[in-house]
Design a protein around this ligand. Structure first.
Ligand code: GLU
Length: 470
């Protein structure tokens, strides 16, 4: 029997959750959920200077908002935890001792300045920068006295001189690296903290992670982590590296593409289902087109449908999925869209009237203002449409309202009075009632607006026609 997959999302809590990381989280979650496996949240907070508790809280909130529940993680501990790396130093220490005992790691006393000079020399010679060596050849006695003298030392992993590291990437296919290009790398910093390369790989093994999906920026780390795990007799997980998210212009995704953090999108009023439908397609080609529910995403996710080409974020696509999400959302989800100026008793009717035309709460506010507040200044095209109606049209409309007509009766009366139909009939009425040339269906809007307000708007339109004739 194939064991069920265990995946994880391993963010560093140094800021807000951006779309790229949210996609990594979604795909890792789907990878596990598709097969009935487990999904784990591990907080990689070994960088004490940059990690904040506020970022952890925000991450947890964002994942909850996206519906990406985890089986183990902060606040959901189990025997394989703790799920914050800052609480796992003892485990790393014992693994480091093992590596030193096996002579697979050594103390390095090189200062930052020495390392930097060596790096510059290598770059000047056109060589890839890597540890130039030196401390790997120190005698055990020298290491002992320098440690006894409290000389700061990091711990470096000894990369085998010539070995080909091969692995099958879930996204990129067969990969192979020559160990000679890697250079010995730091696994414990001089301040005693575990490096990313070490803590990340050791935890994947300790937490039984079977499959790692992560950003392409980690490709170069993978052969190092495989070597490290092998040196500890631990099985590496399967790795898959997701292509970068780029904007429509092909540049790495940033705020200027309208791709803010997940919490920014939520604050603007985007619905989680819209964000999820978008992310589901960024680097993943679903078998079926169109809208996917949560259950359909779980059933339809395929690791072999993950692509290598850079995934393009497009704000228009997000707006498209948002429109779909609004159309499908229940009134409870959309209640946050209803502005305070809508009377509570009319909230459902208001939503029903405007929903098809609303993408963001700002749109709902615009329509609420049209219905319950003052009309915005009419732009020239609207003024032209109002004038085109002519005073008689608005007089007929006002008279119909006075007679208690609803929208069908009103348009019937105006048609009879003016002989107009179709666009020639509806365009001036819409212009007069809303100071816009498009928007939600007028019937429900008129019902919410009420005859008094509508009548005043027809009178104003009529006055405008009279004035322009005069
Ligand atoms: N903390 C790392 C990051 O945020 C995790 C990388 C990984 O998933 O292995 O990039």
């Amino acid at each position: 029997m194939v064991p069920l997959p265990v995946t994880r999302f391993a963010p560093s809590p140094t800021g807000l959750l951006h779309l790229g990381n949210a996609r990594t989280a979604l795909f890792s979650w789907l990878y596990a959920r598709h097969a009935g496996g487990r999904f784990v949240l591990r907080v990689e907070d070994t960088d004490a200077a940059r990690s904040t508790e506020a970022s952890v809280t925000a991450l947890v909130d964002d994942l909850a908002w996206l519906g990406l529940d985890y089986d183990a993680g902060p606040g959901r501990e189990d025997p394989l935890g703790p799920y914050r790396q800052s609480a796992r130093a003892a485990l790393y220490a014992s693994r480091f001792a093992e590596l030193v005992g096996r002579e697979r790691a050594y103390h390095c006393f090189c200062s930052a300045t020495t390392l930097e000079l060596a790096r510059k020399r290598q770059i000047a010679r056109g060589e890839p920068p890597r540890y130039a060596g030196g401390c790997d050849r120190l005698s055990p006695a020298e290491v002992q006295w320098r440690l006894a003298a409290n000389e700061p030392a990091s711990l470096r992993f000894r990369v085998p001189a010539s070995q080909t590291i091969r692995y099958e990437d879930l996204v990129r296919g067969a990969q192979s690296f020559d160990s000679a290009t890697l250079g010995d790398f730091v696994i414990r910093r001089a301040d005693g903290s575990a490096s990313f390369l070490a803590s990340n790989a050791i935890d994947d093994a300790a937490m039984g992670i079977t499959d790692v999906l992560r950003g392409e920026d980690h490709v170069a780390n993978t052969p190092r982590q495989i070597l490290l795990l092998e040196a500890l007799d631990l099985a590496p997980p399967r790795y898959g590296h997701l292509p970068l998210l780029v904007g429509a212009d092909g540049a790495p995704l940033s705020k200027r593409h309208g791709a803010a953090s997940v919490s920014d999108l939520r604050d603007e009023g985007y619905l989680a289902e819209a964000v999820l439908n978008l992310l589901f397609r960024l680097g993943h080609t679903p078998a079926a087109e169109g809208w996917h529910t949560d259950a359909e995403r779980r059933a339809g996710f395929r690791a072999d449908h993950l692509g290598r080409a850079p995934a393009r974020f497009d704000l228009d696509q997000l707006r498209h999925w948002q429109q779909e999400a609004v159309r499908r959302a229940d009134h409870g989800t959309l209640s946050a869209f209803v502005p305070a100026l809508v009377p509570a008793a009319e909230s459902d009717a208001f939503l029903a009237a405007v929903r098809a035309n609303v993408i963001l709460p700002a749109d709902a506010l615009r329509y609420a203002t049209i219905v319950y507040g003052d009309l915005p200044e009419a732009p020239p095209a609207v003024l032209a449409a109002i004038s085109d109606g002519g005073a008689a049209l608005y007089a007929a409309a006002a008279a119909a309202l006075d007679a208690g007509a609803d929208w069908p009766a009103l348009t019937g009366a105006v048609r009879a009075a003016t002989g107009r139909s179709g666009k020639a009939l509806y365009r001036p009425l819409r212009a007069a009632l809303t100071h816009a040339l498009d928007g939600p269906e007028l019937g429900p809007l008129l019902a919410l607006m009420g005859p008094r307000r509508a009548r005043a708007r027809f009178s104003a339109a009529g006055a405008l026609c009279a004035a322009s004739v005069a």
